[in-house]
Design a protein around this ligand. Sequence first.
Ligand code: AN0
Ligand code: CP
Length: 315
Amino acid sequence: MKSFLSINDVENLPALVKDALEIKKNPHVYKVLGRNRSMCLIFLNPSLRTRLSSQKAAFNLGLQTAVLDVGSQGWQLEFADGVKMDSDKAEHIKEAAAVIGSYFDVVAIRAFAKLENRDEDYNEQVMESFKKYCPAPIINMESGTGHPLQALADLITINEHKTVDKPKVVLTWAPHPKALPQAVANSFSRWIQAAEFDLTITHPKGYELVEEAAGNADVEYNQEKAFEGADFIYAKNWSSYAHYGQILSNDPDWMVTENKMKLTNNARFMHCLPVRRNVVVEDAVIDSENSLVLPQATNRIYSMQTILKQILEKL
Ligand code: AN0
Ligand code: CP
């Protein structure tokens, strides 16, 4: 693998998941791969899991890391071409990405959708600029349109916990006080369908995902109907794609509750975290023995480690 921006960079998905499960059993066997090599983690937005699991994955591979928090430590970056840089942005991505790429062997970037301009977010301006100007391989730690490291961790988790070959997976929209990106939902939908599991997406009208992400998933506007017979319930809030970045509903009736979980096939509950308790999901569900939120977070180490291993092998 050269860079990892989305599922399009994955040649063989079953092999990738198998590799991750093997690495999880023996996390230290590839330590030689990272020797005398280093990775820079660049954050334009906050993170707990991605930041720490990426450093842990690098540690397991013997790879050194440096972290740059652009907001508090770096110069504000300009991404537009040909502009007169007389505002608050002190450095252009052309120089910044080239410099960082000359110091490190791998560069990982987090840059959330700004939810202001759909084209800017969906053209992946930040990731594409790094790809263009940075000579080192790039890893997406959540971009304008996707969060593929999370989706890989989710797929590892489902593979570990499924009891049938093709489980019924339900992605449910849930309420949230702030407008959130579509990235997690987009990637989850794409990866679950690529893994050929049965996916139903349920959300209020107006929250349809972009066509390439929705794919051939069943869309069910009645959440309780969607939950019937589900093996996995994956909750996430996202803002509208059609009415870009807007909150169209905050209906508390969409929260995942113990009562709704009773409609499922004793489903496991999933969320990428961070989660707002008793807004997105009731305490009784996230604290139940059917909750997989902590195993998902643990698997973030192995999703990053698997991607890093494949990139380091090609350096
Ligand atoms: C972010 C999002 O929804 O994209 C990050 C999730 C991993 N969530 C929040 O900002 C709460
Ligand atoms: N799930 C996830 O990416 O969490 P962080 O935002 O804390 O990294």
